[in-house]
Design a binder for this molecule. Structure first.
Ligand SMILES: C[C@H](O)[C@H](O)[C@H]1CNC2=NC(N)=NC(=O)C2=N1
Length: 99
């Protein structure tokens, strides 16, 4: 299914609303790194995100070691960023530990 890809001014606008996230160098994905108290907290967070991701059929790429989780969001069906990444990033921000 084709999904609209975000670019230009619209992309700039949504990125301004996601200050915890960095645009990958190729401009096709956003990333955020999170640190938790321990593995249990990190994995609990990942479980909550996984349930939401499956519900909305939009899945993160991520990497976890102990208390550290690095998340990359992109939309394969759009070959870049879409509103789905923005929505999942906002959901993740709602669960992220205070920095
Ligand atoms: C068939 C299924 O709906 C698609 O493959 C979904 C699944 N999860 C997905 N996740 C992400 N990140 N991008 C997608 O384009 C995507 N597409």
């Amino acid at each position: 299914m084709a999904i609209e890809r975000l670019s230009g001014a619209k992309l700039d606008e949504v990125l301004a609303g996601l200050p915890g996230w960095s645009l990958r160098e190729d401009g096709l994905a956003i990333t955020r790194e999170l640190k938790f108290a321990d593995f249990n907290e990190a994995f609990g967070f990942m479980t909550r995100v996984a349930i939401q991701a499956d519900k909305v059929d939009h899945h993160p790429e991520w990497f976890n070691v102990y208390n550290r989780v690095v998340i990359t969001l992109t939309t394969h069906d759009a070959d870049g960023l879409s509103q789905r990444d923005v929505d999942l990033a906002s959901f993740i921000d709602g669960l992220a530990p205070a920095t």
